[in-house]
Design a protein around this ligand. Structure first.
Ligand code: GLN
Length: 483
């Protein structure tokens, strides 16, 4: 009830929550209360969790903040949802995001932007901006987001909450609407490192519905939280503290690292030389995968379908106009016009095109076009093939680094939350925001953003720890040390 009151009070302004089902949540709360009383409650009893609107819950909307899925309701539960429910978490509502998780500010949403609870003239970050803001504004105990290139960690940094991107394959993607399948990870956003560990404990583990989920045993993460080791080796990569990083963030993070050193940690200067290619590599590979994944939205099998009568009318008018032109055309022109008449779409093809044109927003269209381009026959080797090779080099940098250190520390993002609208005109500016986060997704390793302070305007920023694949325990350990 407290969370529902907070939402009713503040969500008009923050716009983190796009729908709640009060009756259902309160009903669940009562049932769980009963189970607590008779001693049969699950390990998450009482935890109220908000869910990014791309993780499927049976019979509930999953719109991806897109027109193309605006009427879509899932017919099944994703694995993470099932696991949360089995442990008696209460699922309160659906959270705002960038359309199809493409963006860094939660401004690419059919529901309008989410605002940062610390300062509502600023963005909440993205694409899981709703998930970060909902936790920061106390609309829920914790939330689930997804991270393809930084979408959990960056909004966590902007909103002053903890955000975990698990190792690729640690958490099942079954029921997560796909953006870039070799990058996508579901993870928690929470108030504390301990809550992140508790949630990961519940959602991690192999799943017969996702062949990329790992069958490795899930360790007991509590041991890393309860008694964190102070004598850890922390790699400090020079490349993550260079040009473009806000001075206040640099100083704040250096201070945090110094204090860890004083209490027993060893700081090891390291190099990740291919990091400078991570944004370019990420935006080639992620758009390629997105263009393929989003091909399924054709207006026939899922979501928004254009009006077939309008489509037929449009085709008829185009044909009539060309036939009229043909009558007055001569020579080459005549040939040109008759080939245009030949090439007019069939009504099915035009229905696909119109449905997609109406359904997708501008950023999603940009990604589909970029992705289709880098995969096209003439450019495949030059872009997609080359980016795959660079991805391997980036991964190798990390493998070598983790032979020497337990975790790597860096800023999560180069700045604190920016002004709403300030980067919308320039997609490159927006993409540069992901400079410190995309490499973890390229390498498949895990990363945790922990609140590390606020700048002189009172805006929060995070410190990111990265650890080798399946070493989330080391992240929790390091995270606890700076909390
Ligand atoms: N900001 C990045 C993008 O726009 C990352 C998104 C994500 O992690 N889902 O692609």
């Amino acid at each position: 009830s407290q969370y529902i009151d907070n939402i009713e009070d503040k969500n008009d302004e923050i716009n983190a929550v796009i729908s709640i089902d009060k009756e259902r949540a309160l009903g669940r709360a009562n049932q769980i209360q009963q189970r607590i009383e008779d001693g049969s409650a699950g390990s998450l009893a009482g935890m109220v969790v908000g869910v990014k609107d791309l993780i499927c819950e049976k019979d509930i909307q999953a719109t991806c903040a897109s027109n193309i899925l605006s009427d879509f309701e899932s017919i099944y539960d994703s694995t993470v949802i099932k696991r949360l429910r089995d442990e008696d978490a209460i699922l309160l509502g659906r959270l705002n995001m960038d359309e199809f998780a493409m963006g860094s500010s939660t401004e690419n949403s059919i529901y309008g932007p989410t605002r940062n609870p610390s300062d509502t003239s600023k963005v909440a970050g993205g694409s899981s901006g709703g998930s970060a803001a909902a936790v920061a504004a106390d609309f829920c105990t914790a939330s689930l987001g997804s991270d393809t290139g930084g979408s959990i960690r960056q909004p966590a940094s902007y909103c002053g909450v903890v955000g975990l991107k698990p190792t690729y394959g640690r958490v099942s993607r079954h029921g997560l609407i796909a953006f870039a399948s070799s990058f996508d990870c579901i993870g928690p956003l929470t108030h504390s490192v301990e809550d992140a560990a508790i949630l990961l404990q519940t959602i991690a583990g192999s799943d017969e519905h996702d062949n990329t989920s790992s069958s490795r045993a899930v360790p007991d993460y509590q041991q890393f939280v309860k008694d964190p080791d102070v004598n850890i080796k922390i790699g400090v990569p020079e490349e993550y503290f260079g040009e473009g990083l806000d001075d206040e963030i640099r100083e704040g993070i250096e201070q945090k690292l110094d204090s860890l050193e004083e209490s027993g940690a060893e700081l090891v200067p390291i190099h990740l030389p291919h990091m400078k290619y991570s944004i370019a590599t990420y935006y080639i590979l992620a758009t390629a995968e997105a263009s393929s994944n989003l091909a399924r939205y054709d207006g026939i099998r899922y979501g928004h379908r254009a009006d077939i009568e309008e489509v037929e009318q449009e085709l008829k008018e185009e044909k009539q106009a060309l036939e009229k032109e043909l009558k007055t055309a001569t020579g080459e022109e005549q040939e040109e016009v008759s080939s245009q008449i030949q090439d007019i779409d069939s009504s099915l093809i035009r229905l696909y095109k119109k449905s997609r044109t109406e359904g997708f927003g501008p950023e999603v269209k940009r990604r589909i076009m970029l992705g289709t381009y880098v995969l096209s026959a003439g450019y495949y080797d030059e872009y997609y093939g080359k980016a795959q090779k660079v991805r391997r080099l980036i991964k190798q940098d990390f493998t070598e680094a983790f032979e020497k250190v337990d975790v790597i520390a860096s800023p999560t993002a180069p700045t604190t939350a920016f002004e709403l609208g300030s980067k919308n005109e320039n997609p490159m500016q927006m993409y540069l925001n992901d400079i410190y986060t995309t490499s973890a997704n390229l390498a498949g390793i895990c990363g945790l953003s922990v609140p590390a302070g606020t700048d002189s305007d009172g805006l929060p920023y995070g410190l990111q720890f990265m650890a080798d694949t399946f070493e989330e325990g080391k992240l929790f350990n390091a995270g606890r040390l700076i909390e």
